[in-house]
Ligand binder design. Structure first.
Ligand SMILES: NC(=O)c1ccc[n+]([C@@H]2O[C@H](COP(=O)([O-])OP(=O)(O)OC[C@H]3O[C@@H](n4cnc5c(N)ncnc54)[C@H](O)[C@@H]3O)[C@@H](O)[C@H]2O)c1
Length: 375
């Protein structure tokens, strides 16, 4: 994971966070609830230009102040931090206005709809000495963090490939396609688990419901593929759709020693670790003993391949609500000066992959290279 943009820049460490949320539509109420329920309840204001959404929030949190517009909330002198849950195409404008008004800012994903926009936000956060954090929720998810810890400990062996599926019927958006809407989650997870940035991205997609707005997409991220690249060579595949019969939220990591399935929909079996794999054994090492639990797969000249079938483990995890972790982390970064684990640079990385995916989509799925030296 990339550390955030502002370790030294938060010139206001030590102050108490008092947060205003802008956007109480579909997603905002989840952030509002988590802020309201944190210790010392840092929620002090909510803004939404839709009176019905404002009423919804007022009925639940009558003790905070309510505004119709972002600008009114920014003029509230008690508010020193803003959480933006407004549509993606407004993120850059709203975050810039909040930073320029001297507020710390949390922006829902994606950080902006262009890498140039992300860079403008990074520069503003640094110039004003404020925290800028992006809502890559899954990096605050205890299950995802558990998988990452097993990878880093070497328990899975080398990560060979990864894939994810984020499918459902519904939450169809008109403003952005399914790649910009859903794939930021998967891209952030893949970059985090792989511990690398992809050099090459390909994306195929199709638009059925609205012209030019893809409902389903298949992305391939290649890591370590650039000539002279140093990172491990591996791939990640992402399938996102809002036109699918089943709700699926799954990430699979195939390692050389073990394989992990993370199923966000199955609370009882959220993580499954398969002690399965294929071992390469030199031929001169001799055949397996009769009791060898492995199954001989093939002989290739100097080595044999053996299938290994070990135990399936379902670890018991204590999983806090990821949004609670996320909001608590935002408050902690404001109050202690700590850099966000999902800071602006992390937001920029994900948006650069999204831009490459979009370019590939428009080119019929042709692979697009990303030059990270320019980040
Ligand atoms: N982390 C996640 O899992 C997750 C899930 C869903 C959505 N999101 C993100 O949350 C954000 C919001 O998505 P949504 O589905 O809730 O959208 P939405 O359209 O349902 O809600 C956005 C709200 O913002 C309000 N708004 C817009 N401009 C405003 C302004 N200038 N002042 C005050 N209010 C304003 C609108 O009235 C609306 O109620 C998006 O960035 C989306 O990507 C994140």
């Amino acid at each position: 994971m990339t550390e955030g943009s502002l370790p030294a820049g938060n010139t206001h460490a030590g102050e108490t966070a008092r947060v205003g949320v802008v956007g109480a539509g579909y997603w905002g109420p989840n952030l509002i609830r988590n802020l309201a329920e944190l210790p010392r309840s840092p929620l002090v204001a909510v803004a939404d230009r839709d009176p019905a959404r404002l009423e919804y929030a007022r009925a639940r949190y009558p003790h905070v102040r309510f505004y119709s517009e972002l600008e009114e909330l920014l003029a509230d002198g008690e508010v020193n931090a803003v959480v933006l849950a407004t549509p993606a195409e407004l993120h850059e404008r709203h975050a810039l206005a909040a930073l320029e008004a001297g507020k710390h800012v949390f922006v829902e994903k994606p950080l902006a709809t262009s890498s140039a926009g992300c860079r403008r936000l990074m520069a503003a956060a640094e110039a004003h000495g404020r925290v800028l954090m992006v809502g890559h929720t899954f990096l605050h998810n205890d299950a995802v963090r558990w998988v990452k810890a097993r990878i880093d400990e070497g328990d899975l062996g080398d990560v060979l490939y990864l894939y994810s599926r984020r499918l459902n019927l519904g939450q169809v958006r008109q403003d952005i396609n399914v790649v910009w809407n859903l794939a930021p989650h998967d891209i952030s997870i893949m970059l985090y688990l792989a511990g690398q940035r992809p050099d090459r991205v390909a994306c195929h997609g199709q638009a059925f419901l609205q012209k030019g707005v893809e409902d389903v997409a298949f992305l391939t991220l290649e890591f370590g593929a650039a000539p002279g690249g140093t990172g491990a060579r591996r791939a990640a595949h992402i399938h996102v759709s809002w036109l699918d019969p089943n709700k699926v939220r799954e990430v699979v990591v195939v390692g050389s020693r073990k394989m992990v399935v993370y199923d966000d929909v199955d609370a009882d079996h959220m993580i499954q670790v398969y002690d399965k794999g294929v071992d390469r054994v030199p031929v001169q090492a001799g055949g397996a003993a009769a009791s060898d639990p492995r199954e001989r797969l093939e002989t290739f000249g100097e080595f044999k391949l053996w299938l290994r079938w070990g135990d399936l483990t379902i670890p018991k995890l204590r999983v806090a609500e990821p949004l609670r972790n996320e909001m608590a982390h935002f408050i902690q970064c404001i109050e202690t000066g700590q850099a966000p684990i999902t800071g602006a640079l992390n937001g920029l990385e994900v948006v650069r992959v999204l831009e490459a995916a979009d370019e590939s989509l428009r080119a019929g799925g042709a692979p697009v290279e990303i030059d990270w030296s320019a980040t």
